[in-house]
Design a protein around this ligand. Structure first.
Ligand SMILES: Cc1cc2nc3c(=O)[nH]c(=O)nc-3n(C[C@H](O)[C@H](O)[C@H](O)COP(=O)(O)O)c2cc1C
Length: 360
């Protein structure tokens, strides 16, 4: 594949840059892709997902592999992610007011472990800039054929007692622009944020967010560091508050596996997160008990792991870290491999049981 070849040539150059510099360099390039370049990307990536479109919380996903929040915090390169074959896209986290985030260095690649540690701290240009960008994209006819969700958070200096107001501001400002919202109370890099996952505060925060979102579906994103009982409680609160779905999981403060750079503080993602995330995702699926869909995220590196999450009951999956290491050909490749797995499963069902292949 051409994209994989291009990646094998450019990756050593990109990976010799400091991780955050490389991020901005790639983002700038992705953000200024022309219509011709996007068409070329779609052509050379090949088919991404040959199955039926998926319906998740009323959204029509073009495929089951989405881009997780945090890569495109400002919503700058949405058409490029769609052209690479992502079935849905989550931008943000965005906060009401712009904020700089934590001091650099704050983003670390652990190449050997295929992992990332970050303590970015919701650096973003604020919800007004996000709203303007999304509106311009819609007006210019550049909105992709796949759903684009916006992950919303609170400013660092907003006290937790007033946090619900920040989520309401973001949802109100972005209503009619984003296709769905994800309430992020699970990032480890904003002091006190994860305390908002406690049932007492979470219920009111979600109810107010859902009310502000109107008809736009609201997902809740959970941390892998919650114990199963706390996760189950948070799921009950989310369902009762009217959330349309759950996203599990965010990064972990633990250091599973044999990762280097242990001294760096922040959230760990990528391959070493898989054992913990997949266990927690299964617990969230069980707690949701089919009442709302679950999007599984955390350490998914290949089609086998993505398929495992779908088989475990997830409606879709998201990736971030494996995209950094695997490059631009990965989303379409995962889509194709999942299609093949699905067709294989469908033909064995119809051979074994004479059933029509079921559609998810
Ligand atoms: C550098 C970086 C920044 C992130 N920023 C956000 C964020 O702003 N909001 C959020 O909900 N998740 C954020 N995440 C978490 C990812 O969306 C995802 O939940 C996590 O990385 C696990 O998936 P992965 O193992 O495929 O990377 C970030 C992850 C990374 C690596």
């Amino acid at each position: 594949m051409l994209l994989d070849l291009a990646w094998s040539i450019s990756r050593p150059f990109i990976f010799q840059m400091d991780a955050e510099r490389a991020h901005h360099w790639v983002m700038a390039r992705a953000a200024r892709a022309s219509a011709g370049e996007l068409a070329a990307l779609r052509r050379i990536r090949g088919s991404a997902w040959g199955g039926l479109p998926l319906r998740v919380a009323g959204l029509k996903l073009a495929g089951p592999v989405g881009l997780a929040a945090g890569l495109d915090k400002e919503g700058e390169a949405i058409p490029t992610w769609a052209a690479l074959g992502f079935g849905f896209i989550e931008v943000g986290t965005v906060t009401p007011r712009p904020q700089a985030g934590n001091p650099a260095p704050r983003l670390f690649r652990l190449v050997k472990e295929r992992a990332i540690i970050n303590r970015m701290g919701f650096n973003n240009g604020g919800v007004d800039a996000m709203a303007d960008r999304l509106r311009r994209l819609r007006e210019a006819g550049g909105w992709p054929e796949v759903p684009v969700g916006c992950n919303i958070g609170k400013n660092k200096d907003t006290p937790n007692e007033q946090a619900d107001q920040d989520y309401v501001i973001c949802a109100t400002r972005l209503r009619g622009l984003a296709d769905y919202f994800t309430v992020n109370v699970s990032s480890p890099n904003t002091p006190g944020l994860r305390a908002l996952q406690a049932p007492g505060v979470l219920g009111a925060l979600l109810e107010r967010s859902c009310a502000a979102a109107g008809d736009t579906p609201v997902f809740l994103k959970l941390a892998p560091d919650l114990e199963p009982e706390a996760l189950a409680e948070a799921v009950e609160v989310a369902v009762a508050a009217g959330c349309a779905g759950l996203v599990a999981t965010n990064t972990t403060l633990t250091r599973p596996g044999t990762t280097g750079r242990l001294e760096e503080a922040g959230g760990l993602s990528g391959a070493p997160l898989w054992p913990l995330a997949s266990e927690r995702i299964g617990q969230v699926v069980d707690a949701a008990a089919g009442r709302v869909p679950v999007i599984g995220v955390g350490g998914v590196s290949d089609a086998r792991q993505a398929q495992a999450l779908l088989a475990r009951g997830c409606a879709a999956v998201q990736i971030y870290s494996s995209f950094i290491f695997g490059g631009p050909g990965l989303p379409a490749r995962l889509g194709r491999e999942l299609t093949a797995a699905r067709l294989g499963a469908a033909s064995s069902i119809s051979m074994d049981e004479g059933n029509e292949p079921s559609s998810r």
